[in-house]
Design a protein around this ligand. Structure first.
Ligand SMILES: [Zn+2]
Length: 170
């Protein structure tokens, strides 16, 4: 399993090696990523698909924990019949959303918005330059479990590009 922390730190419980500790101190990884990486590593004993997966990032929202995997690894982290995410949800007491990295931002955004769907992604011209607006049918607003602020922050965290989100009647 590949994770934001190294293989040695996956297996320990309290301390981090100096390399991982530095990453934590520099804000390159978060406490939540350390915690979730270790939980998933423990679960990999009984869920072999996890052993061959890569956890890229863990994003913590109020009600949801977003686990970002490398492309193609989403199903491995979800586990058979959702077994892994169910266990993880119990331990962190939040619902879990697994999103795969993708070369197309649209795919990442789709994963974050699930079960909502993208109506359109529009370029918006502002005095500060261009921005991109993702339009989603407002009927999904309550079903996504992530606030607009959280969605916008996570879209940028994962894709590196700024998007705004707009729930609209379509
Ligand atoms: Zn380490």
């Amino acid at each position: 399993m590949k994770a934001p922390i190294c293989n040695i730190c996956l297996k320990t419980e309290d301390q981090l090696c100096s390399h991982c500790q530095n990453k934590l101190d520099d804000g390159k990884i978060t406490d939540k990523e350390v915690e979730v990486s270790r939980i998933l590593y423990e679960l990999s004993d009984n869920n072999p698909s996890l052993q061959d997966s890569e956890i890229v990032q863990v994003l913590d929202a109020d009600r949801v924990l977003v686990v970002v995997t490398s492309e193609g690894d989403g199903a491995k982290v979800v586990g058979k019949r959702g077994r892994v995410v169910k266990k993880l949800a119990e331990q962190v007491d939040k619902s879990i959303r697994v999103v795969e990295q993708a070369s197309e931002d649209r795919e990442v955004i789709k994963g974050l918005l699930s079960p909502g769907e993208i109506e359109s992604i529009n370029k918006v011209y502002t005095p500060d330059g261009t921005s991109r607006k993702v339009v989603v049918d407002e009927e999904y607003k309550q079903k996504i479990n992530l606030s607009v602020d959280e969605l916008e922050q996570f879209m940028e965290d994962i894709t590196g590009t700024g998007y705004t989100i707009s729930f609209e009647e379509v």
